[in-house]
Ligand binder design. Structure first.
Ligand code: NZQ
Ligand code: ZN
Length: 388
């Protein structure tokens, strides 16, 4: 393990079917005025809203409701949230929902007391905050992004056709995250499997990079094995608590920065997926599943040894008498079979991508190039063609 790094994670995490019991104690640490941010209404149907409201009221809090955070939250909604937070001088933001609500709450937390244009400062220019930051916490209802225990905040600007994530420092991590696996039972199947692939993709983005022997890779392999196992159970029975709880925990560890430590990290699948999202507003995990196989089939040529290790250690491919290249390809084939079994999107045309969008999507794809293959814009266009 050759890299230098710092590891620290300030989020206090409460896990299990009793985890909401701790919300009251956590809220007691903050002021009276709470901004309650949530999505399009799922929390009102499944009872989470009522349970949270009861705790807020019995804690003597004044609640400022901020509903309507859409999947892939927009810059317009971000500005609306900033107005609500600032006009009411809220003390704390409680995000109840999936990655979109939590990401958005971070955006509001860092932008409410910034006088300029937060999109420009935090997302286009990627500057660090120097203004007052509001504290936030979350009750997670959808699994995949890892936003509950990281500083990521992804915002979409439809006018500029850009979807950008700023990875903030510890000051924007949720102060606490409440994870009750039962809350995930009501997620629609499409969202559930998209979340599963999002988790897989986060792990692969970190795994497929670097050439030293790194403990992080061994942890990543364990997480992937557990995800594949539990995902197969959860698609058959979404109310299998054991499987859903494992998946919820895997998602957190997939992107709370631990498994990326000491590694260059790739993230190009996410860059392509986010650009597709800016053009189509498609579900995040599906934009990743749509491009992953063509992407990794190119990447594999530069590091067949790593893909062969993936095949052997994650997918149990039988290696006897086979070349490294053959083993590597069989690993990706096993992943493709799993993706089909879950029902993931394998063709981005299904997400509304058209050929006319290729150039724009490639232009909006930030080339990070720290994975095994260094991609050019033309190669991104080629990946998009092969993903149709
Ligand atoms: O809006 P409501 O009505 O709540 O419905 C949501 C939404 O339609 C629904 N849902 C959530 N929990 C539910 C539920 N429906 C029934 N029962 C429940 N318990 O699911 C839909 C999707 O929710 P969303 O929050 O959009 O999903 P997800 O958690 O996948 O978040 C996606 C966003 O996170 C960003 C993505 O780009 C995207 O904008 N990401 C954030 C990252 C981070 N912070 O580190 C990293 C990721 O790579 C990702 O980019
Ligand atoms: Zn993701």
């Amino acid at each position: 393990m050759n890299g230098n790094f710092v590891y620290s994670n300030p989020t206090r995490l409460y896990f299990g079917d009793k985890s909401l019991d701790f919300l009251k104690d956590e809220l007691a640490k903050y002021g009276r005025k709470i901004m309650l941010s949530y999505g399009g209404g799922s929390i009102k149907k499944n009872g989470i809203y009522d349970a949270v409201m009861e705790i807020l009221k019995s804690s003597g809090k004044e609640v400022f409701e901020d509903p309507g955070v859409m999947p892939n939250p927009t810059v317009e909604k971000l500005l609306e949230g900033c107005r609500i937070a600032r006009e009411n001088d809220v003390d704390f933001i409680l995000a109840v929902g999936g990655g979109s609500v939590v990401d958005y709450a971070k955006g509001v937390a860092v932008s409410a007391w910034y006088d300029g244009d937060p999109w420009e400062k935090y997302y286009l220019k990627m500057e660090n905050p120097a203004n007052r930051i509001l504290p936030l916490g979350c009750v997670l209802t959808m699994v995949g992004t890892g936003s509950e225990m990281n500083g990521g905040s992804v915002i979409t600007n439809h006018e500029q056709k850009l979807k950008i994530g700023h990875v903030f420092g510890e000051e924007l991590y949720p102060k606490f995250a409440i994870l009750n696996p039962k809350y995930t039972f009501s997620i629609p199947k499409k969202q559930m499997i998209a979340g599963f692939f999002d988790i897989m993709s986060h792990i692969m983005e970190q795994y497929f990079s670097g050439d030293d022997d790194n403990t992080s890779d061994y942890i990543a392999e364990g997480l992937m094995r557990s995800l594949i196992h539990s995902s197969r159970i959860a698609v058959k029975n979404p109310e299998d608590y054991e499987a859903r709880s494992n998946i919820m925990w895997i998602a957190t560890w997939a992107l709370n920065t631990l498994i990326g430590k000491g590694k260059p990290q790739d993230w190009m699948v996410h860059m392509i997926g986010q650009s597709i999202g800016a053009f189509t507003d498609a579900t995040h995990g599906m934009t990743l599943s749509g491009v992953s196989l063509p992407y990794y089939r190119v990447s594999m040529k530069d590091a067949p040894w790593k893909f062969a290790r993936f095949a052997k250690n994650v997918w149990d491919v039988d290696c006897a008498g086979k070349s490294e290249e053959k083993i590597a390809e069989e690993g990706l084939q096993a992943m493709e079979n799993w993706m089909k079994e879950l029902g993931l999107c394998l063709h981005i045309a299904e997400l509304g991508v058209t050929e006319e969008m290729f150039e724009g999507i490639a232009k909006g794809t930030f080339l990070i190039n720290s994975g095994y293959h260094k991609f050019t814009k033309d190669e991104i266009v080629q990946i998009l063609k092969e993903s149709m």
